[in-house]
Design a protein around this ligand. Structure first.
Ligand SMILES: O=C[C@H](O)[C@H](O)[C@H](O)COP(=O)(O)O
Length: 241
């Protein structure tokens, strides 16, 4: 079974949670794209839902699939967001933003009653940080913001190379919000909650890819089957399907 088959299986399992009349956050990335496609098929078969896309790429995919869309200007709460992740730890904390959509993804997830993460099980890690942590920054004051990020990391006892993300044209990658991304190559983030809070204090940092306490559950697909991790009363438990 290919990694893409596993992603689609995870997406199909999350789709079982969708009910008629729901307002849905639509994630970004190769796994979330499967969810959008499968949801689109249900919509064309008569399911009545409305979606808020987390990126312009997902907006285009959702429109192509016939999913009715709205914005968080028009609605203030969503029932469920379904999104992928770059890393997931045992406490359901995440690293996201490999595709550059972390800012809208976090706004949409925070506006949702539930966030379901879908992934193949290679995304499950013991400690976050092997995947470079995306940090979305304002282009103004790049050197100063980079220095502040280094200081923030040092105060959390970690260090690593900070690389400004490049786009396909070789220039700085520009997010949907018009910002840049620094990828922090840390290897290991022993205290993700502390780093998340520390980064959030830096004026030039718009948002970072640490999603702490936002995911309610994760659907992880492996060749052995589906594993569901669920947060309830602050504790995370696992179950195989
Ligand atoms: O910015 C992109 C998102 O956070 C994605 O959800 C994340 O990078 C995972 O993407 P994929 O499903 O393609 O691995």
């Amino acid at each position: 079974m290919s990694p893409d088959d596993l992603k689609r299986q995870a997406a199909a399992t999350a789709l079982e949670q969708v009910r008629d009349g729901m307002k849905l956050g639509l994630g970004t990335g190769s796994t979330a794209k499967h969810f959008v496609e499968l949801l689109g098929a249900k919509v064309r078969a008569g399911l009545n839902v409305i979606g808020v896309p987390t990126s312009e790429v997902t907006r285009a995919d959702a429109e192509r699939c016939g999913i009715p869309l709205t914005t968080l200007d028009e609605v203030d709460r969503l029932d469920i967001t379904v999104d992928g992740a770059d890393e997931i730890d045992g406490a359901l904390n995440l690293v996201k933003g490999g595709g550059g959509a972390l800012l809208r993804e976090k706004i949409v997830a925070a506006a949702s009653d539930r966030m379901i993460v879908i992934a193949d099980d290679s995304k499950l890690v013991e400690t976050l940080g092997r995947f470079p942590l995306p940090i979305e920054i304002i282009p103004f004051g790049l050197a100063a913001t980079r220095h502040a990020i280094e200081q923030a990391m040092a105060s959390c006892g970690i260090s690593g190379e900070l690389k400004l993300r490049s786009g396909k044209d070789g220039h700085a990658f520009v997010t949907d919000g018009g910002h840049w991304i620094i990828d922090a190559h840390l290897g290991r983030i022993p205290d993700a909650t502390r780093l998340a809070a520390t980064l959030s204090f830096i004026p030039g940092v718009v948002e970072h890819g640490l999603f702490i306490g936002l995911a309610s559950s994760a659907v992880l697909a492996s060749p052995q089957g589906i594993r569901i991790m669920e947060r309830s009363s602050g504790r995370v438990s696992g179950e195989s399907k």
